[in-house]
Design a protein around this ligand. Structure first.
Ligand SMILES: Cc1ncc(COP(=O)(O)O)c(C=O)c1O
Length: 427
């Protein structure tokens, strides 16, 4: 021991790197791909003489016509000006803000209380905290495939095994429930469902939700419901939280201001623990203790939340959903026009999955897979998409659809030019 210490002292700073923990050596597929692989630079506006269009991140605020409701900005300004909310907040969040979540989301027959609500740094923090509290090292969690990839670095960090269950793209991305059941064992501690989903951008039918709930009920495994696209469904479709379809299955639901109110940079997310049968007593206790490390979200935003939730008019959400549907239609129109690509219609959210139809591509087109397609398209046409490998699926690309009509049209033009080089019979 002494020799080791002496050696370390003698070697000086040069040549010895501080040994960091392996748990933080994680890989988050989205940012890894955008920044490290595609070398995307957010300040870049032009590349190879073409305007850069970034369709990799789901941020409607970047598109023309999408807007943040004025009342929510005012609510934050008022809290800031009052000057009395600059201190640390109560660890789980201010009681008024927790109560505001109860008033907005607790439904008759499926009630929860303000003590079941915990605020986090966005949906990211909510997902991390929930998985941390629900699963221990060596246990496993079921995750959809394709899925929003955040779970992967979280589970890597926590030593929790991920088991991916399949979904059927041709059936509105419904879950293959037999496959889901086959993955469950004694160490399965949670089933994650994402509805409406990223990257598939669909909302499940109520019937399908009930089938999923039945699996949880049969095996007595709590659901972890990622609902950050809460209510963002296109006209003619309906959304219901999993929490309001059973009063029996315990579950943890997470949500955030990011997508619904178009303020992802405000970093306010929350967890609701539906502690049915007291089955999640320990999970709730652990979340509560974990929250006492004061890394809570910004006090100002939490204190503005009651007004944000109460005063935002329904018309804002209705307009927003219509806008999302229109944008999605525009993207669908240009992509479905394109031979060699099969877009899968979305009915919610802000994305579209597009299958690469290799059968229609000529021999020797030189594109090896979805990742290679995205990289070459980015190189040639300066539009950044995400390959489905970022979502643990192969053979698709994900397009962000909450974009202006101008960008949708431009996408069509550049896709047509790029595809003309690789389609059968075109060259
Ligand atoms: C399905 C899903 N869950 C969670 C998050 C994280 O939410 P937030 O941006 O509020 O941290 C996102 C963000 O894109 C998401 O798409």
């Amino acid at each position: 021991m002494e020799t080791l210490l002496a050696q370390r002292q003698a070697s000086g700073w040069a040549g010895s790197k501080h040994p960091s923990s392996e748990e933080t050596d994680v890989l988050y597929q989205i940012s890894n791909f955008a920044f490290d692989v595609a070398k995307f630079n957010p300040t870049l506006t032009e590349k190879n003489g073409k305007r850069v269009i970034n369709l990799s991140y789901g941020e409607p605020t970047r598109a023309n016509g999408y807007y943040v409701p004025e009342n929510i900005t005012e609510a934050v300004i008022d809290v800031l000006k009052a000057g009395d909310k600059n201190g640390y907040a109560y660890h789980a969040g201010p009681p008024e803000a927790r109560q505001a979540i109860v008033e907005k989301y607790s439904k008759k027959g499926y009630e929860f209380e303000k003590e079941d609500v915990f605020f986090t740094g966005g949906g990211h923090g909510a997902l991390f905290t929930s998985i941390h509290a629900m699963c221990s090292r060596g246990e496993n969690i079921l995750i959809p495939k394709p899925s929003f990839p955040l779970t992967d670095p979280i589970c890597q960090n926590l030593g929790v095994e991920i088991r991916y269950y399949n979904q059927f793209p041709e059936k509105n991305w419904e879950i293959d429930l037999d496959h889901m059941r086959s993955l469950i064992d004694a160490k399965t501690k949670a089933i994650l469902v994402c509805n409406p989903s990223n990257p598939c951008s669909v909302v499940f039918s109520k019937e399908h939700q009930l089938e999923i709930i039945k699996v949880a009920q049969d095996f007595k495994i709590p659901l972890l419901c990622d609902e950050v696209y809460y209510g963002l469904v296109y006209p003619g479709h309906t959304f219901e939280s999993f929490a309001n379809l059973t009063d029996d299955v315990p579950m943890v639901c997470l949500n955030s201001l990011s997508k619904v109110y178009q303020v992802p940079g405000w970093r306010l997310g929350w967890i609701i623990v539906y502690n049915r049968h007291g089955h999640l007593d320990i999970v709730k206790d652990h979340i509560s203790k974990f929250m006492r490390i004061p890394f809570h979200p910004c006090s100002l935003i939490m204190h503005a939340l009651p007004r944000i939730l109460k005063e935002t008019p329904q018309s804002y959400l209705d307009d927003y959903c219509k806008q999302l549907a229109t944008s999605s239609e525009q993207v669908y129109a240009v992509v479905s026009n394109q031979r060699g690509l099969n877009p899968i219609k979305a009915n919610a959210g802000m994305y579209m999955m597009v299958k690469l139809n290799f059968d229609e591509w000529r021999e020797g087109h030189g594109i090896t897979d979805d990742k290679d397609f995205v990289l070459k398209f980015w190189e040639a046409e300066s539009i950044l998409l995400l390959p489905s490998q970022c979502f643990f699926e192969k053979g698709f690309v994900r397009i962000v659809t909450c974009i202006s009509k101008e960008n949708a049209d431009e996408l069509g033009i550049r896709l047509a030019r790029f595809m003309s080089g690789i389609l059968k019979g075109d060259k």
